[in-house]
Design a protein around this ligand. Structure first.
Ligand SMILES: Nc1ncnc2c1ncn2[C@@H]1O[C@H](COP(=O)(O)OP(=O)(O)O)[C@@H](O)[C@H]1O
Ligand SMILES: [Mg+2]
Length: 368
């Protein structure tokens, strides 16, 4: 039930700044996904919200109440760690019932509810197994079931689907969201899987090196990435370095490597400014013949990877830049061979312009 607020929360471990001035709100009943690479601070953030870690600085509020002096066990939040930490001497159902029974819930009632929840995570048939008889993915689901059974209103989930195989991960994603909605839970769900975050989160938050990069609905973050890192991290994006040549009220022209020119709709940068142009790979059109159109560049096909839904083509442009284009496999491009001459083109309105980063483009794309 609770709404969560973080105000300027920081945490260091020695020289490592694990969290840097983190501020955000989670609404009552909201499902927030926190997305970041390994080491970005996700676990530290969850543990800090749960109270296991004390922040060096800043405030954490549950329903406007400062949690500073509230003990972990009095916060009515459940943190489900990445490593499942089940009781080895208790069966699956006993693990799931443990919390409710120790809080005084009637034994039969607790068992019935535990069975229901085990059904949701597809483990009711293993209720009487011991943790060491289960696979890692099964143990993870028991830990999740135990978290849900605790009747908490705030669930803090650390990579809850990480150990599961692909199909089960998809199924449980849907179940988790449903459980949260039906029970009015506030959920903060940490993952490094962007598709998982986008599909399940009401909002997503991108974390990098302990700093928030962006927070918003998945669609908003996808369509309007706030910086180069987010544009690269969410979705598949090409980046072209260049300098603004001219701008008018309708757009700008940009000089790119090799003296070529491209046109974009952006008008926020002035002549001579160094910029980075971002174009999604799915917005790049590929042709097996020369074409006459705005923003057309030619080059050699140097890669073609079949990804299932798409073929990802890589083109080395005549100026040396390498761009990628995603195309459905049913197009006539399947006849292309590596080394063939090709042309690419893109619309002026599918581009997004960023300031050229102080430390260079490459540095900006790194997770650390
Ligand atoms: N107890 C600790 N002692 C020292 N460094 C830590 C500790 N916990 C986390 N860190 C460091 O803090 C950073 C963030 O870690 P973590 O929160 O575990 O990231 P994530 O969960 O995103 O992988 C990492 O650089 C990690 O090495
Ligand atoms: Mg972690």
């Amino acid at each position: 039930m609770p709404a969560i607020q973080l105000r300027d929360v920081s945490k260091r471990f020695g020289d490592t700044r694990a969290l840097e001035s983190i501020s955000f709100d989670v609404k009552d009943g909201e499902y927030l996904c926190i997305l970041g690479s390994t080491g970005s601070g996700k676990t530290t953030l969850l543990r800090t919200i749960s109270g296991i870690i004390k922040p060096d600085q800043g405030e954490i509020l549950y329903d406007n109440k400062n949690m500073k002096d509230v003990a972990v066990e009095d916060r009515n939040a459940v943190y489900v760690p990445q490593t499942y930490a089940l009781f080895p001497h208790l069966t699956v159902i006993e693990n799931v019932c443990f919390g409710p029974i120790s809080k005084g819930v009637d034994l039969n009632e607790a068992k019935n509810r535990a069975l229901q929840i085990l059904k949701l995570v597809k483990l009711d048939k293993r209720a009487n197994s011991y943790p060491n008889e289960l696979s890692g993915g099964m143990q993870q689901r028991v830990a999740l079931a135990r978290g849900i059974a605790s009747n908490t209103k705030l669930l803090l989930l650390d990579e809850p689907l990480g150990a599961l195989d692909a199909r089960l991960r998809l199924e449980l994603r849907v179940e988790l969201k449903k459980i949260a909605q039906e029970n009015g839970l506030t959920v903060i769900h940490v993952t490094h899987d962007q598709e998982e975050a986008m599909s399940i989160g009401d909002r997503i938050m991108i974390l990098r090196k302990g700093r928030i990069q962006q927070i918003g609905t998945p669609l908003h973050v996808y369509l309007s990435p706030q910086n180069i890192f987010v544009a690269n991290f969410i979705g598949n994006t090409n980046f072209i370095e260049g300098t603004i040549l001219k701008r008018n009220t309708r757009g700008s022209s940009i000089r790119i490597r090799g003296g070529y020119q491209i046109m974009v709709d952006d008008t926020s940068h002035v002549a001579e400014e160094p910029v980075v142009t971002a174009i999604r790979e799915e917005k790049i059109k590929l042709f097996d013949h020369p074409i006459e159109a705005k923003n057309t560049l030619s080059g050699d096909l140097i890669g073609a990877n079949f990804l299932g839904t798409f073929i990802r083509y890589e083109v080395k442009l005549d100026n040396g830049d390498i761009l990628a284009a995603l195309h459905p496999p049913n197009s006539d491009l399947t006849k292309l061979r590596l080394g063939d001459r090709v042309a690419i083109s893109f619309e002026t309105f599918h581009t997004k312009i960023f300031d050229y980063p102080v430390l260079g483009l490459k540095r900006e794309l790194e997770a650390y």
